[in-house]
Write a protein that binds this ligand. Structure first.
Ligand code: ARG
Length: 478
């Protein structure tokens, strides 16, 4: 590569300058660049650089004039990036060097910006800043999904469906109760995000390449500038420079929380897919949230749910990639760590998109009430209630279970439903069955009997729907 004077600033900021006689071979540059994916950290990189520059001025490394020129330089760079005019160069490897080189080309004071800083603490800072925002947005999106679930349940407060174990009909539940199970799962995810955020929100800048700096930098100043503070406003700083540059635990924690969220989304997706089949036929998803088949004209497929289920696989894979990436690394920064970003970005993008789309799909989903009713009226769903009936009349549960099993077998042999068994037949199985036994099959009354905390009883579910509506109306996290 021939050097023209115009290219000079580039080579002065590149870390190789001085030590090296030339640039890397073309295939080496292509192999090692990260600008193709880390460009998206630009806003956070600039934010971090501005805070660092302000600190350098405070401690006298930069004059006021130099700080202003750096601020003006970043402002013009920001304008160019936003307008799509900024030219990212793979020859400058990554987002940090692209921005610094361009700043220095526009403002000579840019050459002082990297004082007491390494790309090692810089990239750790950028990703923490970026992830902090992502967590905030994912939290809001999960909350919105919770709202969609609660609202769908509240739109059909009376609808009862079979609850399943082993995908076999078990006991009746309110449809809202089924949806609220997911609200609980996503709430635990949000709680985990909040906890993870606490460890993301620590400032690594000042760790330098691995051993801090001999210059009298003010790490607390930078941390406060960037909002790395505790609830009392005290700066939160990484306490060991070697850990500061090589720690990626916060990314792994986020990826683990996101993987579990993806699993929850996938389970919800699976329920939706089942409910949309002709076999279940409990829901109808609006056309805009389904796709057709290129061959079978009648098809309407729940692709959003299927893709959500499918994408959970790559989110789980990303977590495994990151764990594997870290496991053999000696202290401190190793270039392997550049491989962290694509996995992290993909996880955040994927989980956020799935969360948004699943919520939107639920907002455009309606319940086929008559089909739900037909399924919920299956009297076998109340076989356990029948056993409880005998327990209330003094029979030990094991015996009651056996007696009801006999009634079920009797009904099956006679080819009739459980609630079509005659009183005489009931009594032939056990004297404990009284004249009021058929009452047990009154579905609404059966639902009212479920008064245990957490059970799908009429009162319980109504209370839970209200509780969630209230909670979601007020709660936001950071
Ligand atoms: N692009 C690099 C990364 O993503 C930035 C840090 C590079 N540091 C270094 N010493 N080469 O990890």
């Amino acid at each position: 590569m021939k050097k023209s004077p115009k290219q000079k600033p580039d080579s002065t900021v590149v870390s190789r300058s001085g030590r090296f006689t030339g640039g890397p071979a073309a295939d080496v540059a292509a192999f090692s660049e990260s600008i193709s994916f880390d460009w998206r950290l630009w806003e956070h990189d600039i934010r971090g650089s501005l805070a660092h520059a302000a600190m350098l001025q405070e401690i006298g490394v930069l004059s006021r004039q130099e700080l202003s020129s750096i601020q003006a330089g970043f402002k013009s760079i920001r304008d160019d990036i936003e307008a799509g005019r900024f030219e990212w160069k793979a020859s400058l490897e990554d987002v940090h060097m692209n921005l610094e080189a361009e700043l220095t080309r526009r403002q000579p004071a840019g050459a002082k910006l990297h004082t007491a800083r390494s790309r090692n603490d810089q990239v750790a800072l950028d990703v923490r800043l970026w992830l902090r925002d992502e967590i905030h947005h994912l939290d809001l999106e999960l909350k919105q999904l919770q709202v969609s679930l609660v609202e769908l349940g509240a739109r059909f407060p009376e609808v009862i469906i079979p609850g399943y174990t082993h995908l076999q009909r078990g006991q009746p539940v309110y449809f809202a109760h089924h949806l609220l199970a997911y609200v609980e799962m996503f709430d635990r995810d949000r709680d985990r995000l909040k906890d993870c955020q606490r460890r993301v929100n620590v400032c690594p800048l000042g760790s330098g390449a691995l051993a801090g700096s001999t210059l009298p930098i003010d790490r607390g100043f930078v941390a406060r500038e960037l909002g790395f503070v505790d609830s009392a406003g005290r700066p939160r700083l990484t306490r060991n420079s070697m850990d500061g540059v090589s720690d990626r635990d916060f990314m792994i924690e986020f990826s683990a929380v996101a993987a579990l969220t993806a699993v929850h989304l996938s389970r919800l997706a699976e329920d939706v897919i089942l409910w949309a089949t002709a076999e279940f036929h409990f829901i109808r998803i609006a056309d805009a949230y389904t796709t057709g088949s290129s061959l079978m004209p009648q098809k309407k497929n729940p692709d959003i749910a299927e893709l959500t289920r499918g994408k959970s696989g790559r989110v789980i894979g990303n977590l495994m990639s990151l764990l594997t990436l870290l496991k053999g690394l000696p202290m401190t920064y190793n270039r392997d760590l550049q491989e962290d970003k694509e996995r992290l970005f993909d996880t955040a993008d994927t989980v956020r998109a799935c969360t948004r789309l699943m919520g939107a799909m639920l907002d455009h989903t309606t319940l086929l009430e008559a089909n739900c009713r037909r399924a919920a009226e299956d009297p076998q769903l109340l076989a356990t209630d029948l056993a409880d009936y005998l327990v209330k009349r003094g029979m030990p549960f094991r015996q009651a279970h056996h007696a009801v099993g006999e009634v079920v077998a009797l009904a099956e042999r006679a080819g009739k439903l459980l609630n079509e068994v005659t009183l005489a037949e009931f009594k032939s199985v056990s004297e404990k069955f009284g004249d009021d036994v058929l009452e047990t099959f009154h579905l609404l009354r059966a639902m009212e009997r479920r008064r245990v905390v957490g059970a799908p009883g009429t009162r319980e579910v109504r209370r839970e729907v209200k509780r969630w509506s209230r909670l979601l109306a007020k709660r936001t996290t950071g």
